[in-house]
Design a protein around this ligand. Structure first.
Ligand code: NI
Ligand code: MN
Length: 227
């Protein structure tokens, strides 16, 4: 499997099963590796409804004519915008032609801020995603604080964990290293940091905190990890 970091929490996972794009926030993302117009994929997976994760989902799904997989509330909202959606929920898994998707719990919000109306539209709870294809399991933690649930998820046998380290909205590097000790992945890639000053973080300090627990691979936006 080929894992490309596109900046912030956006990853493209490519395997013989297909090309899956997670949390495609590219337009307006100061760390985006590619413009949305250059992205090709067979499906979009979303962890939650915040704009820095939904991002270009509507325009991408329309241009590429691909399905969007999300928790039921967010999937329903996107379905009302005319997208082809697959609704799942936390704890549930489903086999698609492009791989197996299971949603995990994450401790975070899930609303979409409607600036014009000063309303927050409920999009269901935030989630993490376990994605399995070609015999490899990737755990995208989404936005989350540290929880002991992560030890249970580690029982799935995680090859690669994509872990937020930026703090403020999610775990910082210290908590993320504690998460890695519970998940026990072979490999971990830090994400959701340095996009804005409020989530500045040092990935090398995170790597030092993880130590020998897992192989830490720090990817620059556009960087690739093959497993
Ligand atoms: Ni968020
Ligand atoms: Mn976020």
């Amino acid at each position: 499997m080929r894992i490309t970091f596109l900046g912030h929490a956006c990853f493209l996972l490519e395997s013989s099963a297909g090309r899956v794009l997670i949390d495609p926030f590219l337009t307006g993302n100061p760390k985006a590796a590619w413009p949305a117009s250059q992205v090709e994929a067979d499906a979009i997976l979303l962890t939650h409804g915040h704009e820095d994760h939904v991002g270009d989902t509507v325009s991408l799904a329309r241009r590429l004519n691909i399905p969007v997989v999300a928790v039921a509330e967010l999937a329903t909202l996107l379905g009302w915008e005319g997208l082809n959606t697959c609704a799942q929920h936390i704890g549930g898994e489903h086999d698609y032609p492009f791989g197996r998707v299971k949603f995990t719990s994450a401790t975070h919000g899930g609303g979409r801020m409607d600036e014009a109306r000063h309303e927050v539209v409920y999009c269901g709870p935030a989630a993490g995603i376990l994605y399995r294809a070609e015999g490899k399991t990737v755990y995208h933690l989404g936005d989350t604080g540290l929880t002991s649930d992560m030890a249970l998820i580690g029982r799935h046998g995680v090859d690669v964990a994509l872990v937020p380290i930026g703090g403020n909205y999610t775990m910082n590097g210290e908590d993320a290293a504690e998460a890695v000790r519970m998940i026990r992945p072979d490999c971990v890639v830090p994400m959701h940091y340095d996009t804005w000053p409020v989530i500045a973080a040092d990935p090398q300090a995170f790597a030092a905190a993880v130590g020998e627990t897992a192989r830490v691979v720090v990817l620059e936006p556009g960087g690739v990890l093959s497993v």
